[in-house]
Design a protein around this ligand. Structure first.
Ligand code: ADP
Length: 259
C-alpha cells in the first residue's frame, strides 16, 4: 500500500508536468502536419524523392502526435464518467478492433459472455485499457499465440451472479502466451516511461495509464507472469448491480482518490 501511494504521487507529479508540455506539443504538431499535407499536395507528381522525404516527415510527425495524445491521456485530469457496463458486451463490441490489432497469428478467446455482472467504470477508459493490454500481449507473443480475456467476480462464492455489493469487484483478465516478464521488469511496469521496447514502439505509458485509471475507479491491477510462459493482467473494478435507475443517472467521480 505504501509503494502504491508513492506510485500514485509520482504519477501525479509526472502527469502535471507532461500534461502542459503535451498540450502545447499537440498544437504545434497540428501545424506541422497541416504544413506537410499542404506541401505534399503542391508537389509536382514526378518529384518522387521529395515525396519520399515528405512522407517520412509526415510519419515522424504522426508518431509524435500519437505519443502526445498518449501523454495527454496519461495526464488527463478531468473526472471519469463511470457507468454500468457489462464486460461481455463491451468486449464483443471491440472484437473487430481486437482482431485487427492482434493480427492473424493470434487467436482470441473470450470468457465473459452473459454472466450478468456489471462494472462501474468509464467506458472509453476501459476500452482503452483493454486495447493497451491487447497491444502489450501482441508484442509479447511476437505475432503468434492465444489471447484470452476472461471475467470473474470476487468474492467468488458469496453472491449469485448479478447481485453484488459494496467492496465486490468484477475481475477482467487479459492473458497471453507470450514471453512473460522477469522479476526486474515486473517491479517497474507501472512506472511512467518504463519500457523495454525499441524507441518509437513503446512509450512506457500503457500500464501506468491503466494503473491510474483503475485506481481512480476504485479498483486494483494485478499482474501474474512467468518468463517463457506468459502474462495475465487483471483489472479489478468495482462491481455494479444493474439497476435501471442507477444506469440512468450516473454520478461522476473525481480524480485520484487514495483508497
Ligand atoms: P510499453 O508497452 O509502451 O512499453 P507499458 O507500460 O504498457 O509500456 O509496458 C511496460 C513494459 O512492461 C513493456 O515494455 C514490457 O517490457 C512489459 N510488458 C507489459 N505487458 C507485457 C506482457 N503482456 N508480456 C510481457 N511483458 C509485458
Amino acid at each position: 500500500a505504501e509503494a502504491q501511494l508513492r506510485q500514485a504521487q509520482k504519477m501525479e507529479a509526472v502527469g502535471q508536468l507532461t500534461g502542459g508540455i503535451a498540450h502545447d506539443f499537440n498544437n504545434m504538431l497540428a501545424v506541422v502536419l497541416g504544413g506537410i499535407e499542404l506541401a505534399k499536395r503542391n508537389l509536382p507528381k514526378d518529384a518522387e524523392e521529395a515525396q519520399r522525404h515528405i512522407d517520412n516527415a509526415a510519419e515522424g510527425a504522426s508518431r509524435a502526435a500519437a505519443l502526445t495524445r498518449q501523454l495527454l491521456g496519461f495526464a488527463r485530469s478531468e473526472a471519469l464518467a463511470p457507468e454500468a457496463i457489462e464486460p461481455g458486451e463491451l468486449i464483443a463490441g471491440m472484437s473487430i478492433l481486437l482482431d485487427r490489432t492482434l493480427g492473424d497469428g493470434i487467436a482470441v478467446e473470450t470468457q465473459c459472455e452473459g454472466n450478468g455482472w456489471h462494472v462501474w467504470a468509464d467506458r472509453v477508459q476501459l476500452e482503452n485499457a483493454l486495447l493497451n493490454l491487447a497491444v502489450n500481449a501482441r508484442d509479447a507473443m511476437d505475432g503468434r499465440g492465444t489471447l484470452t480475456i476472461s471475467c470473474s467476480h470476487t468474492p467468488l462464492d458469496e453472491h449469485h451472479p448479478g447481485e453484488c455489493g459494496p467492496g465486490d469487484y468484477v475481475c477482467l483478465s487479459v492473458s497471453d502466451t507470450g514471453s512473460g516478464m522477469s522479476k526486474e521488469v515486473m517491479e517497474r511496469v507501472f512506472e511512467p516511461f518504463f519500457t523495454t521496447k525499441p524507441v518509437g514502439k513503446g512509450t512506457g505509458l500503457g500500464l501506468s495509464q491503466i494503473f491510474g485509471f483503475v485506481r481512480q475507479s476504485g479498483g486494483e491491477v494485478r499482474i501474474d507472469s512467468a518468463v517463457g510462459a506468459g502474462t495475465t493482467v487483471t483489472m479489478l473494478l468495482p462491481c455494479h448491480a444493474a439497476k435501471a435507475e442507477d444506469i440512468a443517472a450516473p454520478e461522476r467521480i473525481g480524480p485520484q482518490e487514495a483508497p
